[in-house]
Structure formats: C-alpha cells, structure tokens
Design a binder for this molecule. Structure first.
Ligand code: GLN
Length: 472
C-alpha cells in the first residue's frame, strides 16, 4: 500500500528509481483516493482516462534508466490549461464540451521534458475570477482541512488536490493571487513566477498582462522542480523572457523588508502568526527592516480596473461560433446574446461589464489610464526597495479559510482577499506563499501562509529563503 500522504515529488522519484513501486501503482493509488474522497472535496472536474497509459509509458522509460525530473510522477492541471485531445472548460458552462486541439506549452513541457503523468483537470472559479472556487459551473471545491470552508481560489481545485494528497504536484494560474491565496488557505506551497518566465501559450486567458502559470507542492524543493520544468522562453508567447533577462549580480544578503503600514488591517490571529514567522527568520540569521511603499495600497484598486479591462477583451471570443456552447437565437446578434447570457456566470458577466465600462470613451483616461499610472508607480517603488532587501514579507491573506457562502454575494469583500497578492501581479515580480502554521477556529486547525516576493527574475531568492523557513 502506498501512503500518498507521506510522499513528496522528491521521495516519489527516489521510490520509482529504486523500484519500490511503479508509476502505474503510484497513479492507481492516486486515482483510488480520488474515487474514494473527491466526491466530498470536488477538486477534480475530470480524471483523464489515459492517466494509466501515461504511467505505463513512464514505467517503460524508468526501466530503461532514463532520467527526467518528474518521470512517473502524478500531477494535476487547472481546467484552464490545455492538453491536446482533452477537455478544458475554465470552469465555465460556455466552454462545455470543448476539446483542445493543441497542447499548452506547460502541459507539453510537463509530459515531454518532465516525464509527468497528467492525472486530470482541476476545478476553478469560472475563467479564474474569484478567490473561493465557488463561481465554478461545476460547484464549489471544499477545503480538505474543513469541508465547510473554501479552499481559496481561483485555483482551489489544484490546491485542494494537493492538500488532500490526491496528487504530488499541480499547476495553477495566478492573475491576482490565484495560486498563492489557495496555497495559504490549504497549507501548501504555491509560486507565481516572474511575468514572462513561464509561457502562457495554451492557457485560457484572463488578464494577459498579469497571468502566470505556477506550481503547487508540499515542499519548496518540489515547487522548484516543477518550476524548472515549465519555465523558459517560448516562441509561441512573445512575452516570455530568456534566462538572462533580469540577470543580476546582487548577492543574497538574508535581508527581509516588511511594509509595516500596509499590514494594519489583518486579524489578530494573522498578526500573531506573522510575528512568529518574523521571529523564526531572525533566529535563522535574517535581518528584518521596515520598508516604505507609499503606493502599494493602490494595487488592489488598480488591479480591479486592469484585470476586468483585459478580461472583457479576452472573453469577447466566446460567442457561440468558435468554441463550446451555442444557443440558437432569432438572428446572429440574438445568438450571441443568448449564448453569452446563459454560458457565462454572474461574476464573469459582472467583470465583462466592468471591463467594457473602464475602457469606454470618456472613462478610459480616468479609470484605465489612471490604473496604468498606478501600476508604474507601484512597480518603481518595489524595484527600488529590492536594492536594499532580498525579499518582501507580508501575510498571504488577512485571515484563514472562510465559510462556503460567506462572501459569495459580497464581491467587495471577496476582492479584498487579494490585498496582499496583487502587488506581485501588478509589478510582475515573483511571489511565493509558504505554510506558516495554524489558527484554531471552531475546534479546527486552519492553515495560514506568509508571502515572500522578490525582484524580477529572482525566484532563486524565494527558493533559498523558503527552504530555510520550511527545511525542504
Ligand atoms: N481573486 C482574484 C480575482 O478574482 C485573482 C484571480 C486570479 O488570480 N486568477 O481576480
């Protein structure tokens, strides 16, 4: 019997190489666990029927002594990441039945370069809009630590699949926090890489200047392994950067900056947990200094203009003609209206309307233009701060996982969930959430996370400090 809760990617690779178990046995253990427990959690929209075939192919390669970083390791992908010949719906009714004719670059790298077994696609907020996975057409995902609570979002399925030990690693996407916030609320590690570090080719777009794909895992070492497989310049995505872009000689000085004024509204539990993390860093020989980032508090406002603007443009393509759902109307315009009206959920429609509003003539300069100026200022301030510090430290969220239903009818309080995560998307910097302990609520220990961000291209700093903090 394979105990999935004891395995990491690293230890699974060792087990596979030594012949303790095969990739087929490992993948079967994952699928059995999903069958038994995912009825309640709802992390997966679909388990792929070729998963065991992929595992057999990996076993053949392992037998031949071939080495690859993820060879034979079961991994899950978010439902907005295309895999050739498989369905992808971005958690939306409008893409129901859509089968991808191509691979995303990350799926192809996972399989061809990494040797991973892609087990299935995970649940998400519709088109990655949300912080709770409740806006999915496929129903909410539940937090494995307390099933009355959300796992965070929008990559809640990928986070829950890891936290429930259904797979050993997963991919999410992060436009405003959708990897890091669910990682924090489910007690795992999640990384949003530098903008351009990972190809967006074959990702169902939300906000194209903000979106990045990134890994979830139980350890920083595992996150780094997946990151190394998926990153890299890609001719199919002209915004990708080469390894030498942002190359810097700045040495790691064990210096952490805390934007103290920005943290004033967190709950007392989060404050206490954060202070404990600071103490731990000090005991590990880190210097902590306060940094002043006067514009960082405008990140959320800027984000909720830029993201809907880009989303409204990206979502214009779902018109019933090219992909997925088609609802017949009286004429072409009526076809569009009926298809979009019944295919898109409430939150998606809200953002399309918001996005077209901030881009409309007369409002463009005062909303969209102003948001772009704020973005520039926030980025400049952050980049300046990184001259003195290696990483910026904040809590990942202002509280632990909330109850299913608690925030879904109050969009503003849902948007506030992203307060600490959006600055990294606005500025493009890499950012990682680490589990930092628990807070007891109603007799359950709920996970909390701390958020580490570094200068553009300096994922190496995050891995270093993350391994110091977690030990692996
Ligand atoms: N919660 C944020 C939003 O709803 C972040 C989404 C994301 O990162 N995909 O926009």
């Amino acid at each position: 019997m394979i105990d999935l809760s004891k395995l990491t990617i690293k230890s699974a690779r060792e087990g596979l190489k030594k012949g303790d178990f095969t990739s087929r046995e490992l993948t079967e253990a994952c699928i059995d666990k999903i069958k038994k427990e995912d009825g309640e959690i709802n992390a997966f929209i679909e388990v792929f029927d070729d998963a065991l075939g992929q595992a057999d192919a990996a076993d053949e390669q392992i037998k031949k002594g071939i080495e690859a970083p993820l060879l034979g390791v079961p991994i899950a992908i978010k439902d907005n990441i295309l895999l050739s010949g498989h369905k992808s719906s971005a958690g939306s009714h409008i893409l129901e039945g859509f089968v991808s004719p191509t691979d995303s670059t990350v799926s192809s790298k996972l399989q061809r370069h990494g040797g991973a077994v892609i087990v299935g696609r995970t649940n998400m907020d519709e088109f990655a809009m949300g912080s709770s996975t409740e806006t999915s057409y496929y129903g909410p995902t539940k937090n494995p630590t307390d099933t009355s609570r959300v796992p965070g979002g929008s990559s809640g399925g990928s986070a829950a699949a890891l936290a429930a030990h259904f797979v050993l690693g997963s991919l999410g996407t992060d436009t405003g926090g959708s990897i890091r916030q669910p990682a924090a609320l489910t007690g795992i590690v999640g990384l949003k890489p530098t903008y351009g570090r990972v190809s967006r080719s074959g990702i169902i777009a939300l906000g194209s200047s903000l979106d990045q794909v990134g890994p979830f895992a139980h350890t920083v070492t595992d996150v780094e392994t997946i990151y190394n497989v998926i990153k890299g310049e890609d001719k199919l995505d002209s915004t990708t950067i080469s390894d030498s872009t942002y190359k810097s000689e700045k040495k790691f000085n064990k210096t952490i900056g805390v934007p103290r004024k920005f943290l004033k509204n967190v709950s007392s539990d989060v404050k206490k947990n954060f202070e404990q993390a600071e103490e731990k860093f000090k005991s590990l020989g880190y210097k902590i200094m306060d940094v002043d980032l006067p514009s960082i508090e405008y990140s959320l406002a800027a984000y909720y203009i830029i993201m809907p603007a880009e989303a409204s443009t990206n979502l214009a393509r779902y018109d019933g003609v090219k992909y997925g759902l088609y609802v017949d109307g009286t004429d072409l315009l009526d076809d569009y209206m009926k298809t979009k009206g019944s295919g898109f959920g409430r939150e998606t429609r809200r953002r399309i309307i918001l996005g077209t509003f901030v881009l409309s003539s007369g409002y463009y300069d005062s909303f969209y233009g102003a948001a772009l100026l704020a973005k520039e200022k926030i980025t400049d301030e952050l980049r300046e701060a990184f001259k003195d510090i290696d990483v910026l430290l904040t809590p990942s969220t202002s509280g632990p996982a909330f109850k299913i239903g608690e925030k879904i009818s109050d969009p503003l309080s849902m948007y506030l969930e992203d307060i600490f995560t959006v600055p990294a998307n606005i500025s493009g910097i890499p950012s990682m959430s680490l589990p930092s302990g628990f807070v007891e609520v109603e007799g359950k220990n709920l996970p909390l996370g701390i958020l580490l961000s570094s200068d553009l291209g300096r994922e190496d700093n995050l891995f270093q400090i993350g391994k110091d903090f977690l030990g692996e």
